[in-house]
Design a protein around this ligand. Structure first.
Ligand code: GDP
Ligand code: MG
Length: 242
């Protein structure tokens, strides 16, 4: 049985909260792109980064969550898009959070020097981005965490201990049986350390509401005072990214 609902027994309040969260995600719009960290605008808004190896299902997950088919582009040259793309979220043009789509890593055909350069950029971003509030690590559970995923987990672990929210998202859950899903989830919960783990399928819309709520609550926990001006400050250079 492949129910699109993440779980049974939704109260009316929970249904309304999920609907609100999805409506909020639907406001996602392209903000800017940066090839280097010093090109990223300095923002006083909570930022949530989506990371994962190439082909993990990152573009599909972002598009599914935002209910937009073309927001995060599936690259025609996988592994070659080495830009950080930022998407603004918020109703009535008021931006209250930002999603950061980081390039997929681990694509075999990328030259080693490019890979190493990108790993340094990504590590710096995850360690130093001042407004980073959450990280969603997408992983195809049929392959499990790769060495690069593990390295990334090591990089963010100190920040998770300091309150950064972390979600290990097991993509393409429709490819697994119920028993395999349960097993993958229990392993992922251990791997997630201080974070959470969830199953996700864009195809079956499994986990979509749960992830939407996770993102929404994270941003709400940052409170409206996170950005009193109610907008995105203009592009500026980050002063020091170590
Ligand atoms: N069966 C299934 N395939 C998926 C799902 N999400 C993504 N895919 C497929 O996985 C491949 C990689 O997806 P993409 O979103 O481009 O991955 P990215 O490289 O991480 O951005 C594509 O062929 C997608 O159609 C899913 O939920 N279920
Ligand atoms: Mg992609």
């Amino acid at each position: 049985m492949a129910s699109p609902l993440p779980s049974q027994g939704h109260t009316p309040g929970a249904v309304a909260a999920a609907r609100e969260a999805l409506g909020w995600l639907h406001t996602a719009r392209f903000l800017t792109t940066a090839a280097q960290l010093d090109q990223l605008p300095e923002l006083a808004l909570p930022e949530i980064a989506f990371v994962g190896r190439s082909n993990a299902g990152k573009s599909t997950a972002i598009n599914t969550l935002a209910q937009q088919t073309q927001l995060a582009f599936a690259s025609r040259k996988p592994g070659r898009t080495q830009h950080i793309n930022l998407f603004a979220l918020g109703r009535q043009g008021r931006t209250d959070a930002v999603l950061a789509d980081l390039p997929g890593y681990g694509y075999a055909a990328v030259p080693l020097a490019d890979k190493q350069r990108w790993q340094r950029v990504m590590a710096s971003y995850l360690v130093s981005r001042p407004n980073l509030a959450g990280v969603v690590l997408l992983c195809d559970p049929r392959h499990g965490l790769t060495e690069l995923d593990e390295a990334l987990l090591e990089v963010i672990r100190p920040r998770v201990e300091q309150g950064l929210k972390f979600l290990l998202l097991l993509t393409k859950a429709d490819k697994l049986t119920r028993a395999e899903q349960a097993r993958a989830l229990s392993i992922a919960r251990l791997q997630a350390g201080g974070g959470e783990a969830m199953l996700f399928s864009a195809l079956k819309r499994q986990g979509v509401e749960a992830v939407a709520l996770w993102l929404r609550r994270l941003v709400q926990a940052h409170g409206p005072d996170a950005d009193g001006a109610g907008g995105v400050p203009g592009s500026g250079q980050l002063p020091d990214l170590g």
